[in-house]
Design a protein around this ligand. Structure first.
Ligand SMILES: CCCCCCCCCC(=O)SCCNC(=O)CCNC(=O)[C@H](O)C(C)(C)COP(=O)(O)OP(=O)(O)OC[C@H]1O[C@@H](n2cnc3c(N)ncnc32)[C@H](O)[C@@H]1OP(=O)(O)O
Length: 256
């Protein structure tokens, strides 16, 4: 078991030059900042080498995207890089998060998993090959405002009530967006609580916006709110409060 653990730790070390044994993230420290930025990178900002040679970035536009999805993508993407008065390009307020269907060569989730399961593990929201069939989404983060926005187009495989999106699929997207946001803000976390009020159904095939906002941080706890609305903001689909608890990386690796 020690050898397996070592292999997984090595995987983490290959993600960046951090010492995993120091990776307890309850207290902010230089190491926690290093781990956080490594996680943020591994969540998509720059997927490092132990992965595929050319991993697909699922957050880029594809032919299944509606005109509304593309319009909103352009709206936020155009604010990722702005031009100064002198005509120079510089980082804008928003940053697009690339998105891949796996994080690590050896997926975490416990050294007890078989190698086959580890190698075949895929991110829940990115495991359907047919574009447009399920979760089409892209996330943008605004570090200054501590906000995340997700443009989400719900495909036909996500049906719950006839013609509308399944509540579990909506919860999945909320968990994904707030979980990604909490990780960016606080490093490795687990969802401890999601409290979702479903206000109005989401038509299948429609594009909606998820807006995730930091409420507050208290010790190991990161509280986030998230609203799902129509793209013009006129209709509220869900309102959520979420609690994420910072964890020791060993908690995930050992399945504890
Ligand atoms: C690139 C792709 C990115 C995709 C992002 C996807 C994100 C998806 C995220 C997930 O879905 S994670 C999977 C679902 N979540 C879980 O499986 C978590 C299962 N639960 C646990 O592992 C533990 O219960 C947990 C880590 C959440 C907390 O256990 P700990 O032993 O580390 O903490 P502890 O129980 O000591 O609680 C710490 C604090 O949090 C509070 N707390 C814990 N759980 C709570 C809860 N459920 N509700 C309210 N408060 C809670 C607790 O009261 C305490 O508050 P105080 O410090 O003020 O005393």
């Amino acid at each position: 078991m020690a050898r397996s653990l070592g292999r997984v730790f090595n995987g983490f070390q290959r993600l960046g030059s951090l010492s995993p044994m120091k990776a307890h993230l309850s207290q902010p420290s230089a190491t926690s900042v290093a781990v956080r930025s490594t996680l943020v990178r591994s969540m998509g900002l720059a997927l490092p080498s132990p992965f595929f040679s050319k991993p697909r970035d699922f957050s880029l536009p594809n032919s299944s995207w509606s005109s509304e999805m593309k319009r909103l993508y352009e709206h936020y993407n155009s604010q990722c890089e702005v031009e100064t008065e002198a005509g120079e390009k510089q980082e804008g307020p928003w940053r697009r998060l690339p998105s891949y269907n796996r994080l690590l060569k050896y997926a975490t989730g416990g050294v007890y998993l078989s190698k086959i399961i580890q190698s075949q593990a895929r991110l829940f929201t990115r495991n359907i090959k047919e574009t447009g069939a399920a979760f089409e989404y892209v996330l943008f983060v605004n570090s200054e405002e501590k906000k995340c926005v997700c443009i989400f187009q719900a495909g036909h495989l996500l049906e719950g009530p006839p013609g509308h999106v399944h509540g579990g699929a909506i919860a999945t997207m909320i968990d994904t967006v707030t979980g990604t946001h909490a990780t960016i803000l606080s490093g490795p976390v687990m969802t401890a609580n999601l409290n979702i009020s479903y206000r109005s159904p989401i038509p299948l095939g429609s594009t909606v916006l998820l807006e995730s906002t930091l409420d507050r941080k208290e010790g190991r706890k990161t509280f986030i709110t998230c609203k799902v609305t129509s793209t013009d903001g006129s209709k509220v689909h869900t309102e959520t409060t979420a609690l994420f608890v910072s964890i020791n990386i060993g908690h995930l690796l050992l399945g504890g």
